[in-house]
Design a protein around this ligand. Structure first.
Ligand SMILES: Nc1ncnc2c1ncn2[C@@H]1O[C@H](COP(=O)(O)OP(=O)(O)O)[C@@H](O)[C@H]1O
Ligand SMILES: [Mg+2]
Length: 351
């Protein structure tokens, strides 16, 4: 038996390895243990405010697990699903849909223009001179919308030839994304619209269907700007309830803007924001982010690099879990949460 220490003694002792102060399983219930008799596996909802990580190969069950968590977390706060592939509407029973388009836009918002510059720099792979031009054009002010940003770049002046050349190249890059993200889409006007939709969604997850954004760069920007939006409304106390954000296929965004991702993970926990990060490639996500997740849900993983990246953050005592993680079936996961002494092998969605 691979997990003797997790199984309890023939059902006499409960087979959930709970720490003494967590006697009653309650909160967010994910499934049952694989031992006999099986026990409900539930996680204190507050643990999600210190972030969660869901990993596993494609098809291992990550999105299904996240949807089970999202629908239960909606009882406790706002839930925003950044639905990279547009899958949640077919999985969730109860949800509100936000489809990024002209009206249902994604706000360009933030406390400072540096972070906006960094986002564009990384998503559009700007060269150092192009980044310089962008910085200079914004002059420390967050742009009003994507057209405002382009206008400011267009009218910025520099004497040297390299400035003019970099400016033209930058405008070309911006124009290429502005085609999809037309005026009103990446706009500050979208801010109150989105805030209103989020408030009205209370009790159900608000699913932001990013799959309609064909240009992957635009999709990445949308994810980063949504995270900025969530941080902004909490910093300004514009909503009282906690906000949980489900970040699907996080390697797409966290890899390109690791600085923002690790800063958010470190800082937003104080604000009442819980990030649920989902990825098939944990090795593409910074160690700072991985280590800054309190709940870890490991579906089957095959790649050695990915296994190492995750198991490293679990610490030495878990080193023997690596074989277990490779053998999990679809819908099965090892769950590590603060209330458990050791990770619990769980059949997700069975109660
Ligand atoms: N806990 C589960 N119980 C039963 N079927 C599951 C479970 N998790 C996933 N599946 C099935 O496996 C397939 C892939 O699941 P999905 O959650 O989309 O995986 P991933 O997000 O890791 O690619 C889906 O058809 C889904 O219905
Ligand atoms: Mg998925």
């Amino acid at each position: 038996m691979r997990f003797k220490h997790l199984m309890g003694r023939r059902g006499i002792i409960p087979n959930l390895p709970l720490k003494p102060n967590y006697l009653k399983p309650s909160g967010i219930c994910l499934g049952v243990t694989k031992g006999v008799p099986s026990q409900k596996v539930c996680i204190d909802r507050h643990a999600f405010l210190r972030h969660a990580l869901i990993v596993g190969t494609t098809g291992s069950g990550k999105t299904t697990t996240a949807s089970i968590i999202a629908s239960q977390l909606a009882k406790y706060g706002y839930v925003i699903v950044l639905d990279w592939n547009g899958e949640y509407p077919s999985i969730l029973k109860n949800y509100e849909l936000y489809t990024p388009s002209k009206e249902e836009g994604i706000p360009i918002i933030g406390e400072d223009a540096d972070e906006i510059t960094e986002m564009f720099e990384e998503v559009l792979s700007l060269t150092p001179p192009q980044t310089f031009v962008l910085e200079r054009s914004l002059g420390g002010v967050v742009p009003y919308d994507i057209i405002d940003l382009m206008n400011r770049v267009n009218t910025s002046e520099g004497e040297s030839r390299w400035f003019t050349e970099s400016k033209l190249a930058l405008v070309r890059k911006l124009r290429s994304i502005a085609k999809t993200a037309y005026r009103g889409f990446f706009s500050r006007n979208a801010f109150y619209f989105l805030l209103g939709r989020m408030k009205a969604s209370r009790g159900k997850p608000l699913v932001v269907d990013l799959s309609i954004l064909r240009d992957v760069r635009v999709r990445r920007l949308a994810v980063l700007l949504m995270l900025k939006f969530i941080e902004y409304v909490k910093i300004r106390n514009m909503v009282n309830d906690d906000i949980y954000a489900v970040v699907e296929e996080a390697h797409n965004t966290y890899r390109v803007n690791e600085g923002l991702a690790s800063r958010l993970h470190a800082e937003v926990r104080k604000l009442g924001i819980g990030l649920i990060v989902i990825t098939q490639s944990p090795s593409c996500i910074g160690n700072g982010v991985l280590a800054n997740t309190n709940v870890k849900i490991l579906h089957a993983l095959k790649s050695k690099d990915d296994l190492e990246a995750v198991l490293r953050t679990l610490g030495g005592v878990y080193s023997d879990l690596s074989r277990a993680v490779t053998r999990l079936s679809v819908g099965e996961a090892l769950i590590d949460a603060p209330q458990f002494i050791t990770a619990v092998e769980t059949s997700i969605g069975k109660f």
